[in-house]
Write a protein that binds this ligand. Structure first.
Ligand SMILES: CC(C)(COP(=O)(O)OP(=O)(O)OC[C@H]1O[C@@H](n2cnc3c(N)ncnc32)[C@H](O)[C@@H]1OP(=O)(O)O)[C@@H](O)C(=O)NCCC(=O)NCCSC(=O)CC(=O)O
Length: 511
């Protein structure tokens, strides 16, 4: 029954309760008399009508019991996130900003304009000085073979999984299913098989490998884990999210394909999910909602993150300038489903009034964006790039404090693809901590084009210091980011003034 139906029954129940209280004495006397007659009368002597009434009551009781048991069995069992751990590559993989252009100069195929573009984009990207790249991509000789791509996966993800097993005390043989997502590196045997082989998992463990699913694939993997947990009893599902830099380093001169070299960096996240009731108390979170939106049916959205060969045959991923606009439209669609599930009544009401005004007022009314900060205590937005985060902050009208974890994710780790929502959550656990009952929103975007949301509820009050944030200084980050914002604003103003002087008008984005 819907909540509205339940609410509507309250006055009726109140009326019945009032009447019962009013005639309590009489009712008790009648019941007593009926019971004594019933108990003193052998079944053979009972009137047929009474027997039928007893039978009907018994049938009704059994039907209610069966309905209740079936309803309880059909209710999805809770899905818990026991814990998660992040990859933290070795210090020898640190890739400072000063090294970026000299290291890229080792690739003799980059022309001077490309090197200029790479340097300029890095400066404006919102990445800090301390991200990680496999050393074989930025030292001579440059190697981009499959053995090194595998090595990158081992260094990042095996360590994250090992740390997760150490934290939880779960043995590899207890894991019933392994799910790995990596968009651009899908060797055979699969990455999921590599995990099973390294950790010597049992032959009954099932595995899945999600390829080509972009930066929002971690939440697709979580959704798959949820579905697996609905079919396997009392088990653990290990989810590993990774994007490979070695297999994705573009050596050519197409600007839109060079952009990933500027912003994508080494990463890995390992999550342990379970449906075991005995783990309910120590689990960090319970999954409350998972909403997936996929715009693959629309050409512009489908093509805006696209792997292809350039005109010289070099393979890379082209990032379209449309990406932030497409992400905003995917977000809008996701919010339409997510909003009613999570927003407080006041926000739903304002949204509905706005909708009616837009439909029937005959005037141009701007759409109302609900305040999602009223629905969630913590927000983890995919740190896909400075422009992506800026766009999301604007669309969702988020405060600097609410968006800080995502900015920190980009600044400290770069665009770490689908693992980003976990680096962001680990920042929240490390710096802010959670209270039991806190709601966390993970929001990811990626090729397809997809926008996925996961809502988690903290099961306890805790703080967890993740090693991937050791030594990080949020104040220094804000100092750098504020300086960058000021530089970009000054540049934009100068461009606009020059254009106006020349009698031209620049579009909103300044180009
Ligand atoms: C790259 C930026 C840091 C640049 O910042 P700026 O403030 O300088 O931006 P801007 O718009 O003024 O652009 C500066 C210059 O870069 C060029 N430029 C910008 N975007 C470009 C693109 N996609 N392809 C080619 N050129 C591009 C502009 O034309 C301009 O060139 P000129 O100076 O010549 O006029 C920012 O635009 C950004 O963060 N973009 C989003 C990156 C992104 O797509 N991330 C999502 C990754 S995909 C992902 O995360 C999901 C997935 O993979 O599945």
């Amino acid at each position: 029954m819907s909540h509205a139906g339940t609410l509507a029954m309250i006055p009726a129940l109140g009326y019945v309760a009032g009447k019962v209280a009013e005639h309590k004495e009489q009712l008790l006397q009648d019941l007593n008399a009926a019971l004594s007659t019933l108990l003193d009368t052998p079944i053979r002597e009972m009137p047929v009508q009474l027997l039928l009434q007893i039978l009907a009551a018994l049938v009704l009781a059994v039907a209610v019991l069966v309905w209740y048991v079936r309803k309880a069995a059909a209710k999805p069992k809770p899905v818990y996130l026991l814990d998660f751990a992040m990859a933290h590559p070795p210090d020898t993989w640190r890739f400072t900003k000063e090294r970026f252009v000299p290291a890229n100069s080792l690739n003799t195929r980059f022309n001077p304009e490309s090197l200029d573009f790479l340097g300029k984009m890095l400066e404006r990207s919102g990445l800090g000085n301390d991200t990680y790249t496999p050393p074989w991509l930025v030292n001579e000789p440059i190697v981009m073979d499959i053995a090194h791509a595998r090595l990158e996966f081992e260094v990042t993800c095996f360590t994250a999984v090992q740390e997760l097993l150490n934290k939880t005390g779960i043995q590899p043989r207890q894991i019933g299913c392994v799910i790995v997502n990596s968009s651009l590196f899908n060797p055979t045997p699969s990455l999921a098989a590599m995990i099973m082989n390294h950790f010597k998992m049992g032959s009954k463990t099932i595995n899945y490998n999600l390829g080509g699913m972009g930066c929002s694939a971690s939440l697709v993997a979580i959704d798959l884990a949820k579905q697996v947990l609905a079919t396997l009893k009392d088990t653990y599902v290990l989810v590993v999210s990774h994007e490979n830099i070695t297999n994705n380093w573009y050596p050519g001169n197409d600007r839109s394909m060079l952009l990933p070299n500027c912003i994508f960096r080494c990463n890995g996240a390992a999550m342990l999910m379970t449906n075991k009731p005995t783990e309910a108390r120590r689990a960090k979170y319970e999954l409350q909602h998972l909403v997936r939106v996929n715009l693959a049916g629309q050409d512009r959205a489908y093509r805006c993150v696209y792997q292809l060969e350039d005109e010289n045959g070099d393979l890379g991923v082209r990032l379209s300038k449309d990406l932030t606009a497409v992400a905003a439209s995917a977000l809008q669609k996701n919010m339409v489903t997510l909003g009613p599930l999570v927003l407080p009544f006041s926000e739903k009401f304002l949204f509905a009034v706005n909708l009616l005004k837009r439909k029937f007022s005959g005037k141009k009314v701007a759409p109302y964006t609900p305040d999602f900060q009223l629905a969630f205590d913590h927000i983890c937005i995919h740190s896909g790039g400075r422009a992506v985060i800026d766009g999301m902050q604007k669309h969702l009208a988020l405060s600097d404090a609410a968006i800080e974890p995502s900015r920190a994710g980009l600044y400290r780790w770069g665009n770490v693809s689908s693992a980003s929502v976990w680096y962001v959550l680990s920042y929240i656990e490390t710096y802010k901590g959670l209270k039991g009952g806190d709601k966390v929103w993970q929001l990811s975007f990626g090729s397809g084009f997809k926008c996925n949301s996961a809502v988690w509820v903290a099961k306890k009050t805790f703080k967890d210091t993740h090693t991937c944030w050791t030594g990080f200084d949020p104040a220094k980050m804000w100092e750098d980011l504020n300086a960058l914002t000021a530089t970009l604003a000054a540049e934009k103003a100068a461009k606009r003034a020059a254009a106006e002087a020349a009698g031209q008008t620049l579009p909103e984005n300044g180009h």
